[in-house]
Design a protein around this ligand. Structure first.
Ligand SMILES: C[S@@+](CC[C@H](N)C(=O)[O-])C[C@H]1O[C@@H](n2cnc3c(N)ncnc32)[C@H](O)[C@@H]1O
Length: 341
């Protein structure tokens, strides 16, 4: 007997509507509305005046977010305040995820996903007129927000792995594509005898310099401008945190090969990435991240352990083991091939 698919339609409409909620969150994050609610309820008209927004438009977006428990909008007084969830969008919250919503990224290009599906190429050049990294490099303000977003995500994904790993008493840890230094700072804290070198694009380094100074790590750390495909300085432990999934297979082999070329004999490599299951369904967040990579960067993808092992082998590394981190993160350990320099 025909059954009207009421529940299924409701679920599809939930998906249909939730995309706009994401964009509403990005909009209020970019306008830094949560910071302006730090001291409690405020009239929408005051907020709108402060951020040069249209009061009616802002009110309507805030009402949408009220329905998703990000803010409360009190209609009678036209005042708005943050929920506990909304507090996480304040920049000064210790667990802030403000930059993840405020950054240039998937919210700006996902509307061209159909182009990516047709061509297999990222949507970014069609929308931004250039590659993602090149676009950011020309826009320091947006680069800073992106780096902050990466720091927020490193704090949630890579940092919890640090206490699960043994760190040598001395030697040099080189964080390749280390961003603003969240991970390397935690490693230097875990290994008081270690020195650290952070390599990244020149425009990314000042935030890492500040972080190391603020954490009292200035004398044990240095930052160097770097290209991922160029030779790396000598080191004992190399970190590649959430870098390799941004690149295609051949580029990953070149990056791993460049690291192998600089590594001291006996050096270890630690790759921080999510691992797709080798069979069966992906977790929803894994499939999401894989599509995000595909839309943003040419050839970028999430990979299985088998795929990473094959790439490590091509670049002269010997796979050691994996260590499971929080959901969405593993550490893959490798060492230099026997007989390598
Ligand atoms: C996804 S972020 C990861 C940052 C950090 N490792 C983490 O776990 O948060 C990728 C990093 O690669 C850097 N990167 C991108 N292209 C690069 C290149 N050609 N040379 C050096 N670094 C590059 C970016 O600046 C960024 O910091």
């Amino acid at each position: 007997m025909f059954r009207e698919p009421i529940a299924e339609i409701a679920e599809l409409f939930h998906v249909y509507q939730s995309g706009l909620v994401f964009h509403a969150l990005c909009a209020v994050a970019r306008l830094e509305i949560p910071d302006r609610l730090a001291d409690g309820p405020r009239p929408v008209s005051d907020l709108a005046a402060e951020v040069a927004a249209d009061p009616d438009a802002l009110r309507r977006v805030l009402r949408l977010l009220d329905g998703h428990e990000i803010v409360v909008h009190h209609r009678e007084t036209d005042r708005v305040w943050l929920t506990d969830r909304g507090e996480l969008l304040r920049r000064d919250h210790p667990m802030s995820v403000w930059a993840t919503f405020a950054t240039l990224g998937i919210s700006d290009v996902a509307h061209r996903l159909v182009d990516t599906v047709r061509t297999g190429r990222p949507a970014v050049p069609g929308v931004l007129g250039t590659g993602f990294w090149e676009y950011l490099a020309d826009r320091p303000d947006q680069q800073a927000v992106f780096s902050q977003a990466m720091a927020e995500q490193a704090r949630l994904l890579s940092l919890p792995c640090v206490p699960l790993l043994d760190w040598p008493d001395g030697g040099t840890v080189v964080d390749v594509g280390g961003g603003s230094g969240v991970l390397l700072a935690a490693v230097l804290d875990a290994g008081p005898g270690l020195k650290g070198i952070l390599l990244d694009q020149p425009q990314v380094l000042p935030r890492a310099v500040d972080r190391f100074r603020e954490r009292g790590l200035a004398d044990r750390s240095e930052t160097r401008p770097h290209d991922l495909f160029a030779p790396v300085p000598a080191g004992d432990v190399y970190l590649l945190s959430r870098v390799l999934h941004d690149w295609d297979d051949d580029e990953v082999v070149r990056i791993l090969g460049a690291v192998a070329g600089g590594a001291s004999p006996g050096a270890r490599l630690r790759i921080f990435e999510d691992l797709l299951p080798s069979s069966g369904p992906l977790a929803a967040t894994q499939a999401w991240s894989d599509v995000v990579m595909m839309v943003l960067y040419p050839g970028a993808r999430e990979r299985t352990l088998g795929q990473y092992r094959a790439l490590l082998e091509r670049a002269g590394w010997v796979f050691g083991r994996t260590v499971a981190g929080p959901p969405g993160m593993h550490v893959i350990e490798a060492s230099r091939s026997a007989g390598a320099r």
